[in-house]
Ligand binder design. Structure first.
Ligand SMILES: Cc1cc2nc3c(=O)[nH]c(=O)nc-3n(C[C@H](O)[C@H](O)[C@H](O)COP(=O)(O)O)c2cc1C
Length: 206
């Protein structure tokens, strides 16, 4: 067993991978870690699509990039800039040996007639998915793999649904790339504990 603290602190977002394939055994082991995350009502509202087929990866990456370019154009970003960003994004998602689309389903979550409480229920499902994604990232690192969490599907959910033939009530929220690392990023700085945690009252020192 790798040391827990080494895994928690050593994991980095790795965005560049060697072309080496990941065995199904290693891949399923990593994805299995998701099942052990905590979830609201133990509803396990997470769903994952594991993409290893190059054409599917490319189709998804191109469709998402085309939505992104449209958004950037509306923001007034110059075309040479958004075209370059889109190309980078397509390359990144197509070159990753495995792409996982992480989604939420509300099927087994509670249903409230009250819209405010329903919003919180949705938030709980999202929080549960985030816990599962973190398990995947940590498991990948523990297995010698690199991974990165991308938010892209949030901005183009309809497009992701269409390309991956997902039903309407399954909501893509994130994309995870996985592969054997071809870079070893430095750790981005962390805020000191005293800036993010307080004792008894907000602002009181630890
Ligand atoms: C919700 C979420 C969304 C993220 N989206 C992206 C993204 O779209 N592109 C990207 O390069 N990294 C993304 N990241 C990775 C963060 O940039 C990274 O976790 C952060 O810089 C800290 O670096 P570390 O993971 O190496 O500790 C995302 C992380 C989270 C938790």
């Amino acid at each position: 067993m790798p040391n827990f603290w080494n895994v928690v602190k050593g994991r980095r977002s790795v965005r560049v991978y060697s072309p080496e394939d990941i065995s199904d055994e290693a891949l399923l082991k990593v994805i299995d870690a998701a099942r052990w995350a905590p979830s609201a009502h133990n509803a396990q509202p997470w769903r994952f699509i594991i993409i290893t087929d190059l054409d599917v990866k490319r189709g998804l990456a191109e469709a998402m990039a085309s939505d992104w370019m449209r958004d950037l154009e509306r923001d007034g970003v110059p075309s040479e800039v958004y075209r370059r960003l889109a190309e980078e994004s397509i390359r990144r998602f197509t070159e990753a040996p495995v792409v996982i689309v992480a989604a939420v389903t509300m099927r087994e979550m509670h249903r409230y007639p009250n819209r405010r409480r329903q919003r919180f229920e949705h938030l709980m499902a999202t929080q549960s998915l985030a816990a599962a994604i973190q398990n995947i990232l940590l498991a990948a690192y523990a297995e010698g793999l690199g991974a990165c969490w991308f938010c892209a599907p949030l901005f183009c959910q309809e497009t992701v649904r269409r390309v991956l033939r997902m039903p309407r009530d399954v909501e893509p929220q994130a994309l995870i790339t996985i592969g054997y690392p071809a870079e070893s990023p430095e750790s981005p700085p962390r805020k000191p504990l005293k800036e993010i945690a307080f004792r008894n009252y907000w602002g009181a020192s630890l």
